[in-house]
Ligand binder design. Structure first.
Ligand code: TRP
Length: 443
């Protein structure tokens, strides 16, 4: 018998925990910064509502129907055809994401420890850029911190659904919500913060003409929600029939989006108030932001709080990715959860070596002029996840019979259900396909 969530709120917090992660803080801030702030935010919001939310509902409904793991769920939904293979591919994809995601999570833990002990402020002085580059270029340090946070994730996943995953999220997620709100309030009270607010919330309409905006916003919507790699299929597998899926999915999508906006309001006003560069790319959270904190009264207290937020948010997302694979290995191969979890943590560590060393020993290995980790991140978010979403849409929209698809997702035959199904059948697949083909230069 597969374990189930203890409570509805436990399920919702765990699912928000999966969605809220590095994507909402580190990635959202730098992608929004690179893509013009307000214009990016609007495009991103439209994709979350029209494509993201319907797909969260679709993933959860396949998962609950299967009432087990991803591979089983795809098998049940696809009615004994080769859809099972899609399940296995997603397990592989989840491990691939985990392999580089945990590297950045490791950086966050390192910065948390450094900010807490004061090393970060002393050693770096005014030269955060060099400090950061020195750390990520080290031969083994990034691996060490990556291993640490992977082991913590392993302990929690080995603990099971209720006693591991649900419990940690019940504690961490409300706490993280309070922290991010507090940081935003702090940042918004700085003199000169208004420019940062305007950057994030007031769109410069001319930027809508840039095609790269749409791919970046779509990729960010998928990554931030955690779509396309069967995380919601997996978490839906532990869901009871009494929880209505659309409401839960809307809560999760709204929570994830709100979290990203509030995190943006913690970062950009401070960056603008002190003249930092909002388009600094992946270094925004690790270089620009700490440098700004050091110039502020109380900055050395805010620093550890910010990096705790980043580390803990990453942890609850890593747990979800790990669970996708652990659930499959446990149910399909009949292995014990607490052993499987460790084998998979080991596999991820090995898979993660190229990413962990991609700014050090392997810095010369470049594809398209970028280090390995940047390539994996972009390929995954902008192509692999949307493709995963496309497959889910085809499965739920076209393979499963209409009335069953609606019933599995807790929709009755009302306009709301028809709208959802129309997005899954038509809008989502076409939008995803057009954006992907255009960015590949095919269209
Ligand atoms: N959504 C998480 C974030 O914003 C990352 C994540 C968790 C994820 N599970 C996922 C990304 C599945 C893609 C697919 O950081």
């Amino acid at each position: 018998m597969v374990e189930q969530w203890k409570s509805r709120s436990g399920f919702i917090l765990a699912t928000i925990g999966a969605a809220v992660g590095l994507g909402n803080i580190w990635r959202f801030a730098y992608v929004a910064g690179e893509n013009g702030g307000g214009v990016f935010l609007i495009t991103y919001l439209i994709f979350v509502i029209l494509i993201g939310l319907p797909l969260v509902i679709a993933e959860l409904s396949i998962g609950r129907r299967g009432a087990s793991d991803t591979v089983t769920a795809f098998e049940v939904a696809g009615d004994g055809t080769h859809w099972r293979v899609v399940g296995w591919i997603m397990v592989g994809g989840a491990l691939l994401i985990l392999s580089y995601y945990s590297v950045i999570a490791g950086w966050a833990v390192r910065y948390f420890v450094g900010a807490l002990s004061g090393d970060l402020w002393q050693d770096a002085g005014e030269k955060y850029g060099a400090y950061f580059e020195g750390f990520i270029a080290n031969d083994f340090e990034p691996l060490l911190w990556q291993a640490l946070i992977l082991i913590v994730s392993g302990v929690i996943v080995a603990g099971g659904i209720q006693k591991g995953i649900e419990r940690i999220n019940l504690v961490l997620m409300p706490l993280l919500g309070l922290i991010v709100l507090g940081l935003a309030v702090f940042s918004l009270t700085l003199p000169g913060s208004g420019a940062g607010v305007r950057f994030l919330l007031a769109p410069d309409w001319s930027a809508f003409g840039r095609p790269s905006l749409y791919l970046a916003a779509l990729g960010q919507a998928f990554f931030s929600l955690g779509l396309g790699m069967a995380v919601f299929v997996t978490y839906g597998g532990y869901l009871s029939a009494s929880t209505r899926i659309p409401g839960a999915a809307a809560t999760v999508a709204a929570g994830d989006t709100l979290f990203a906006i509030v995190a943006g309001l913690a970062i950009f006003p401070a960056v603008f108030a002190l003249g930092g560069d909002p388009a600094a790319g992946p270094r925004l959270a690790f270089v620009v932001f700490p440098q700004i904190l050091l110039q502020l009264p109380g900055g050395t207290i805010i620093g550890p709080v910010f990096f705790f937020l980043l580390s803990a948010a990453a942890l609850t997302s890593m747990i979800s990715l790990l669970e996708v694979a652990v659930a499959c290995a446990t149910h399909r191969m009949g292995l014990a959860r607490n052993q499987v979890a460790w084998v998979i943590v080991g596999i991820v560590l090995v898979l993660g070596v190229p990413s962990a060393l991609s700014y050090g020993v392997l810095a010369e290995v470049k594809l398209l002029g970028q280090p390995i980790l940047d390539n994996i991140d972009q390929a995954v978010s902008n192509f692999v996840l949307p493709l995963g979403g496309l497959l889910v849409a085809v499965l739920v929209g076209w393979r499963i019979e209409r009335s069953r698809a609606l019933a599995d997702a807790d929709f009755r035959d009302t306009w709301l259900g028809s709208t959802w199904l129309w997005s899954i059948r038509v809008l989502a697949p076409i939008t995803i396909a057009v954006i992907l083909l255009r960015s590949l230069g095919v269209m």
